[in-house]
Ligand binder design. Sequence first.
Ligand code: ARG
Ligand code: ZN
Length: 876
Amino acid sequence: PPIRLRDYHQPAWSVDTVELEVELDIDCTEVSSRLVLRGAATTPSTPLRLDGEGLELLAISLDGKALGSDAYRYDKGVLEVDGVHDGSVLQTRVRIRPAANTALEGLYLSGSRDSGFLLTQCEAEGFRHITFFPDRPDVLARYTVTLRADRARFPVLLAGGNPDGQGGLADGRHWARFVDPHPRPSYLFALVAGRLEHIQREYITADGRPVKLVIWSEANVIDCCHYALDALERAMRWDERTYGRQYDLDVFHVVATHDFNMGAMENKGLNIFNAKYLLADPDSSTDEEYRAVEAVVAHEYFHNWTGNRVTCRDWFQLSLKEGLTVFREQQFSAEMNSPPLKRIEDVSLLRRTQFPEDAGPLAHPVRPAEYREINNFYTATVYEKGSELVRMLAGRLGQHGFRHGMDLYFERHDGQAATIEHFLAALGDANDIDLTPYLAWYAQPGTPRLHAKGQYDPARREYTLTLSQQMRPASSQPDKMPLPIPVKLSLFDQHGRMLPLHGEDFGGGIPQTESVIVLDKAAQHFIFRHVDAPPVPSLLRGFSAPVVLECDYTPAELALLLTHDADGFNRWEAGQQLAMLAFDSLQGTHDAKACDAWCDALAALFQHSTVDDALLADLLTPPGEIEFADRQLEVDPAKIHVRRQALQHRLATHIGAQALLERYRTLAADTSHRLDAGSQAGRRLKRRVLELLALLDADQAHDLAARQFENAKGMTDRLAALGVLVRDRAWQAADALVSFRERYADNPLALDKWFTVQAQVPGEAALAIVQQLEGDPAFTLKNPNRARALFGAFASANPSGFHRIDGAGYRLFAERLIQLDALNPQIAARLATAFNGWQRLEPVRREAARLALGALAQRQELSRNLGEIIGNVLQH
Ligand code: ARG
Ligand code: ZN
């Protein structure tokens, strides 16, 4: 049966202090625990129930007395102990097996038996794989952790909190102790032990407290950690400056591992990172990866306040920490880089991942009402849509109002496990505003549709904008409430000039050219006065709400916004909308003017514009295949691919081979490899220009790509060139692939990209390529990054390759999911979400997908993780 939000009860027993002693060994680790228990006043006679998964219980005592087998029961993941009272001390000793742990949850081995190291991952429910504990986020305890291990094999011993002594033991062993003064939930527990190198730096907080920042990795990549250390310092300063939040321990450790189920983990004082989001060097990281490292380092650091100091009452509140922390991370990245580019990146991600999730059988509210396996709810909805909700609230309160609200939130809830209601109440109370209407955003799944219609009255010189909202039919639920939808807007005249906004809805004083109106009913009119001619509205500027805007713009109006809108995001957005119309026009059933309007506007921008190179690259990129599919009632991924290519071919033709070639040569003349914004922008545009050129003059483009591949000074240029060669299946691709494979034989992160770029070859060719890559000696399902690099890229990011009409893509993928599930259920379940949306496929593919999914669902041995996803996707 699922776990439900409405069934929440406070824990009958809580824990004051935890003392752990861990005897580390790769095969058999022993964990001794001493818990001081606190009973809630109302439930002193309830037996103590502790979570424990796969623990071999070696000893148990209560208040100093060993317990006989009649005084406790350990069954189905629960240890029940009788005779506990307030202040009781429970001691247990258990054995666990790190090297046999392929699920990478709890304590496990990263790397080989001989040289690898031990580490933990506890969020959400990994701590119960380490020791017995009320493994839920509303039990906050103070931790003292002592690690013991062989010194030669495990020279470095780390746990969360402040160091509290270390020393030698007999037999070549040694120990180290850590004490965390801040009460914290069990999911933030972490330890690391092994042969690791480090780099470090002293940091002084704004209020003068020294902190040692240390990054740890295996020796061969320690030189790739400097960028992350810089990013960490920037993030710490930013949080002091922006939110007045300072770090609160003497040390901050960060560790990189190649074996990790997710991106990174914010364990108190000991963050653990997937190496993909920590290591960076020009030879093996792209510009995008540099930015991702900066963002994830900041994200995990920001969790220290939004997640650790104020944590979640239960896992339904996950977005309380994740949505908020993603929002903070986005603010930080925008400030460090370019706000409009960051916004474009974030909204693209939302549309590619969250919108399809919200439109299909896996749809759930930002605060889910129920789940079977919490690990399945670390989703784009909880993270990305959750961040959009915080952004709306922040926009509603304004910069200072939001800061006051956050101050009050920290003041009220520091050291507590809070809920989304607490968050809204603090933000609202600090500003004397009732934010409870926003709770509906957290409770209702589905992407709202915002319909906009404008009407101009020349006699009255008035423009009336009618806004209305509907939920998507696919996720329709009976009791939908109207949501507060903030719409940031401007009006443009026919020459692309912004108009001052007059009218009751736009405040008094000097009329502004931009305003936010809030639609909070099913439908509403807004009247603009003193308007001399029919205006063009720029709506939802900066993507002010996570909705789908439906507005019947003409191609000419969109082209006007694409050319003139000063809001970089909305300029891009107008281009995206126009590209959608252009795409439809290629079917012949629509007005061909759209395609010309799109191409003309972009060609003009390409020739003369002053827009920055990176924005231009984004403007020249139409929506992705997944976004096109999301608008269709019956999806044929092969057709979408062909038509999107045709659309880009039109664009390339309009710009012209000569102009593209000249721009490529100009951009390629800069052979430095610097990381500043201008250099990154140049590489981004260069890549886009090369891709467009490849559509017009393949031979020429392939020669250029081969040369770029040879001479590239960094990964961005190298991978861009390889991508063009491989995707076109150019004859130069084979050599380039061999040379890349050899160059990066010992660099797993770079090799992952080698797998991915091939798994993304569009169309029918992809399957054979994937099958061949599975035979590469470097391929293994045991490493999550590698499994994602091949099968995630194939099933989730290559629609025309995966959705073969013969269903062979589905069958291969389903077989691998079964194998993967036996090793690592979290990864299997995550990859399986690639089947989302199968119900909207055209009939032949739909039937093939149904068969593959049906066969999967029949399997007896499915994990709870994969079982829940398959069941939900099939809507059982
Ligand atoms: N809290 C981590 C982060 O977002 C992610 C943990 C994901 N855990 C999981 N079981 N999927 O920074
Ligand atoms: Zn997070």
